[in-house]
Every structure is written in C-alpha cells, then in structure tokens.
Write a protein that binds this ligand. Structure first.
Ligand SMILES: CC(C)(COP(=O)(O)OP(=O)(O)OC[C@H]1O[C@@H](n2cnc3c(N)ncnc32)[C@H](O)[C@@H]1OP(=O)(O)O)[C@@H](O)C(=O)NCCC(=O)NCCS
Length: 155
C-alpha cells in the first residue's frame, strides 16, 4: 500500500535520485532540500518506506505553484501521481491559496492528461521555456490553472 506524508530531510537522497533519473534538467540537491525544509514537499512511500513519488510546491500569497511531480517508473498508472497532485492542492487550499499554477512541457501528454482530469485549465503558453533533454531544443510549456475554492478531495 502506498501512503503519502510530508517529506523530511531523510528523504532527500531518494528524492534527488528520482529527480535526476526522471528529469532532463534536475533540480539541485540544495533546491530540493530547501523545498523539504520549507515543508513544501510531499512523498509517496511504499510499505518498505521506499519513496515512490514526490511533489514539490511553493505557496505565495494566494497562489500555489506545483513544481516537480514525479512517480518512480515501475509504480506509474496506479493513481500515485493523482494522489500526490490532489494532496498538494489540498495543502494549498489549507494555506489559503485560491488557485494552483502548473507548468508542463507541451509534449508531456501524461502530465497534461493528469492535470486536465484534476480540473486544471490551460491559461497560457510559455515559448521555449521548458525543461529540455540533453542537446535538445527548448520546448514550449503549457500553463495550467486549477481553482482551489471547490470542495476538498477525500485523500
Ligand atoms: C506524470 C506522472 C507524475 C503521472 O503519475 P502516475 O502515478 O502514473 O499517474 P496516475 O496513475 O495517478 O494517473 C492519473 C491520470 O494521469 C493520466 N496519465 C498518467 N499516465 C498516463 C499515460 N501514460 N498516458 C496517458 N495518460 C496518463 C491519466 O489521466 C490518468 O488517469 P487514468 O489512470 O484514470 O487514465 C508520471 O507519469 C511521471 O512521473 N512522469 C515523469 C515526470 C513528469 O512528467 N512530471 C510532470 C511534470 S513536473
């Protein structure tokens, strides 16, 4: 069974390892550590306590920025990403955010489908903005907004 909790210092190594494995331009350990220290990161852990996914976010005034969301490859399509996203939206709501902003590479159909299913809507596009694979050209990012004023999820 997978459970969700706030990330703690001891998770940094596993989060960093996943971040580097999954993203073409991973966040530095220092940036991830800051998110953890600020209490703005959640992890999904399996029964052995292994980190199988995480999300980092930043809440500024009434806006929640959902930043990095990732699930270990062998654990995908089991609802973990959806639970992490919902939990981060709930956290933003608790902190008084009125909306969440999420940016994603235009070609990232998995994440885009997840965001749409969560009720997020496209509000813009950033040209040549997004993370790029090594040697690749910058890609447009699609900006999603998710209102947080509705009822809370039951996660
Ligand atoms: C995007 C990501 C976090 C989704 O995690 P996940 O645990 O596999 O997602 P879930 O199982 O919760 O799926 C939720 C929904 O997302 C969408 N989705 C997820 N994977 C998908 C895929 N391979 N193809 C199409 N839709 C997909 C679907 O709408 C799915 O709902 P459904 O299963 O009812 O059809 C995961 O694929 C990942 O880590 N990708 C690499 C990192 C990344 O791109 N992060 C997002 C940008 S920061």
């Amino acid at each position: 069974m997978i459970s969700l909790r706030r990330a703690v210092d001891a998770d940094l190594e596993e989060i960093g390892e996943l971040e580097r494995r999954i993203f073409p331009d991973p966040w530095s350990s220092a940036a991830l550590e800051e998110a953890i220290v600020e209490g703005e990161a959640l992890v999904a852990v399996d029964e052995q306590g292994r980190v199988v996914g995480y999300v980092t976010m930043a809440c500024t005034l009434d806006l929640l920025h959902v930043q990095n969301l990732a699930v270990r490859r062998g654990q995908r399509r089991q609802g973990v990403g959806r639970r992490l996203l919902q939990a981060s939206l709930d956290l933003g709501r608790e902190r008084g955010a009125q909306a969440a902003i999420l940016e994603v590479r235009a070609s990232n159909r998995r994440a885009r489908s997840l965001y749409s299913a969560a009720g997020c809507q496209i509000v813009g596009r950033r040209r040549a903005y997004s993370r790029v694979p090594a040697g690749g050209l910058p890609e447009d990012a699609v900006v999603y907004r998710c209102p947080l004023s509705g009822p809370e999820s039951d996660e």
